[in-house]
Design a protein around this ligand. Structure first.
Ligand SMILES: Cc1cc2nc3c(=O)[nH]c(=O)nc-3n(C[C@H](O)[C@H](O)[C@H](O)COP(=O)(O)OP(=O)(O)OC[C@H]3O[C@@H](n4cnc5c(N)ncnc54)[C@H](O)[C@@H]3O)c2cc1C
Length: 413
C-alpha cells in the first residue's frame, strides 16, 4: 500500500495535497522548479467547496484576514473618465461568503502550514518516471534518483509530470484564443481598493490595488492564437505584450513601462486542460495540470484546493490502495470539473469586446442595471452559475481507515 508520495509543483494544488497527505500519514516530498516559493500573481477567489476545504485545513481565518477588501470596479474611457462604477462583488459573481486573496498570500499560507512536515526541494524538477509494480523510479535534474510509491503532478497548465506520464500537452491543452499577462506595477493612479477596466476591440486592460498592496497589478488580456513563445523567455513574452498594447490608449503605455521593469510577471495562453482521466498507473494529476478551467472561470484555485482534498482523502479512505483511490478521485471530481470548465468558456467571451459597439453596449448595460425593476433577477443570472459550479461537489468527511489497530490520522498527525 502506498506510503511515499512525490508531488511536483509548490503553488496551490501541491502544498494543499501535501497538507492532507501528511495529515493521513503519508511521507511527502515536493519538488518545485523555481528557486523559491513564487508569490506573484493576481487576486483569486475561494468559493463554495474550496471555502469548506480551507476551513477544514484551519486556514479560513488567516485567509479572511488577508482578504483584498476590493470595493469597486469602474470602466474608464481613453481620457480616464469613469464611465460606470459598480460594487466589486458583482464582478465575477462574488457571493458574500467568498474569500478573495492574492494568489501569493494563499500559496505562502499553504507552504507555511506544511513546510515543517514535508520535504520541499526548490530549484528541482523531475526528468524521468519509470513505473514498476512496486513504485515509480524517478530521476531529477540535480538530486540522485529515488523511488516513490506514487507521483502527483501539481505543476500547472504546462505540467511536466503530465508530459512524462501521459504524453505531449497538445493532446490535452485547449487554447481558447486569448493571451493574458499580469504584472506588478507602480500605483501611479493612486487606486485604493478600486479596479479600473479599459476596453478596446480585442483588448482589455485592468489595473487595481488592494488593501494590502503598496503598488498595483495590471492585467493585459488580448485575443490572439497561441504563440509558440518559449515559456522561460520572459523578455520575449514582455516584448510580445508590449507589441500588442503599445498605443492602445488611456494609461496603457505607462503600465507597459511598469511591466517591462518588474520581476512580478505572469504570462500564459488562456487555455483549459481536458482529459478523460487524471491518473495513469501510479501517477495522478491535481489542479491546473489535470483540469485547468482557465483564469476566466475564476475557479482554478478552488478546483486545485478541492482536488487536493479529494485525492488525499480517497487515498486515506482506501488505506493507500491507489487503484481504488484513483478511480474514486475521478468519480468524485468529474462533474465538479466539467461545470467549472463550462464557466470558463462562457466567461472569457464577456471579458473582451469584439468591436466598438460591444464595448459601448457593455458600459450601457452596467449603467442601466441598477435602475431596472428586474435588477435582482439579472444579478442572480450572473452570480447563479458561479455559485452552482463552485458547490457542484459534496465533500466527503473522509474517515481515515484503521490499519494495524491504528487510524491513519494517528500514523501521521
Ligand atoms: C507565479 C504564478 C502566478 C500566477 N498568477 C495567476 C494569475 O494572476 N491569475 C490566474 O488566474 N492564475 C495565476 N496563476 C495560476 C494559478 O495559480 C492556478 O490557476 C491555480 O491556482 C491552480 O494552481 P495549481 O497549483 O494547480 O497550478 P499553478 O499555480 O500553475 O502552479 C504550478 C506550480 O508548478 C511549478 N512547476 C512547473 N513546472 C514544474 C516542474 N517541471 N517541476 C517542478 N515544478 C514545476 C510552477 O513553478 C508552479 O509553482 C499563477 C501561477 C503562478 C505559479
Amino acid at each position: 500500500m502506498a506510503r511515499t508520495v512525490l508531488v511536483s509543483g509548490a503553488s496551490i494544488g501541491g502544498p494543499a495535497l501535501a497538507f492532507w497527505l501528511h495529515r493521513y500519514g503519508f511521507e511527502v516530498t515536493v519538488v518545485e522548479k523555481a528557486p523559491e516559493l513564487r508569490t506573484g500573481g493576481y487576486k483569486i477567489d475561494l468559493r463554495g467547496a474550496a471555502i469548506e476545504v480551507a476551513d477544514r485545513m484551519g486556514l479560513l481565518d488567516a485567509a479572511r484576514a488577508a482578504e483584498t477588501e476590493m470595493q469597486s470596479l469602474s470602466f474608464v474611457n481613453d481620457a480616464g473618465k469613469r464611465l460606470v462604477s459598480m460594487p466589486a462583488e458583482l464582478f465575477m459573481g462574488r457571493g458574500e461568503a467568498d474569500v478573495e486573496v492574492m494568489r501569493g498570500d494563499l500559496s505562502q499560507m499553504l507552504f507555511d502550514a506544511t513546510k515543517d512536515d514535508v520535504e520541499y526541494l526548490f530549484g528541482e524538477s523531475i526528468t524521468g518516471l519509470v513505473q514498476g509494480d512496486d513504485g515509480v523510479a524517478v530521476s531529477f535534474e540535480k538530486a540522485a534518483p529515488r523511488t516513490f510509491d506514487l507521483v502527483v503532478g501539481a505543476d500547472g497548465l504546462h505540467s511536466n509530470v503530465r508530459a512524462l506520464a501521459f504524453g505531449d500537452e497538445a493532446q490535452y491543452v485547449r487554447d481558447l484564443g486569448y493571451q493574458v499577462s499580469i504584472a506588478g506595477v507602480d500605483n501611479h493612479l493612486a487606486l485604493d481598493r478600486e479596479e479600473l477596466i479599459y476596453t478596446v476591440p480585442g483588448r482589455t486592460v485592468n489595473v487595481y490595488s488592494t488593501k494590502q498592496m503598496t503598488g498595483a497589478k495590471a492585467l493585459f488580456l488580448f485575443a490572439a492564437p497561441q504563440e509558440p513563445l518559449q515559456r522561460r523567455d520572459v523578455a520575449g513574452q514582455k516584448a510580445y505584450v508590449a507589441k500588442e498594447f503599445t498605443g492602445a490608449g488611456w494609461e496603457t503605455d505607462r503600465l507597459l513601462a511598469g511591466l517591462e521593469a518588474t520581476d512580478d510577471f505572469y504570462f500564459d495562453s488562456v487555455s483549459q486542460v481536458r482529459m478523460d482521466g487524471w491518473t495513469r498507473g501510479r501517477v495522478a494529476l491535481v489542479g491546473d495540470a489535470g483540469y485547468c478551467p482557465c483564469f476566466a472561470s475564476g475557479q482554478g484555485t478552488s478546483l486545485a484546493m478541492v482536488g487536493a482534498y479529494v485525492l488525499a482523502g480517497e487515498l486515506a479512505a482506501a488505506g493507500g490502495d491507489h487503484v481504488a483511490a484513483f478511480a474514486a478521485y475521478d468519480r468524485e471530481m468529474r462533474t465538479f470539473v466539467e461545470k467549472n470548465q463550462e464557466l470558463g468558456r462562457n466567461n472569457i467571451g464577456q471579458m473582451i469586446a469584439k468591436n466598438r459597439f460591444q464595448s459601448w453596449m457593455g458600459v450601457q448595460m452596467m449603467k442601466v442595471l441598477p435602475k431596472l425593476p428586474w435588477r435582482d433577477a439579472i444579478v442572480e443570472k450572473m452570480i447563479g452559475p458561479v455559485r452552482e459550479a463552485a458547490t457542484a461537489i459534496e465533500l466527503k468527511d473522509y474517515q481515515t481507515p484503521v490499519q494495524d489497530g491504528r487510524s491513519a490520522d494517528s500514523l501521521g498527525a
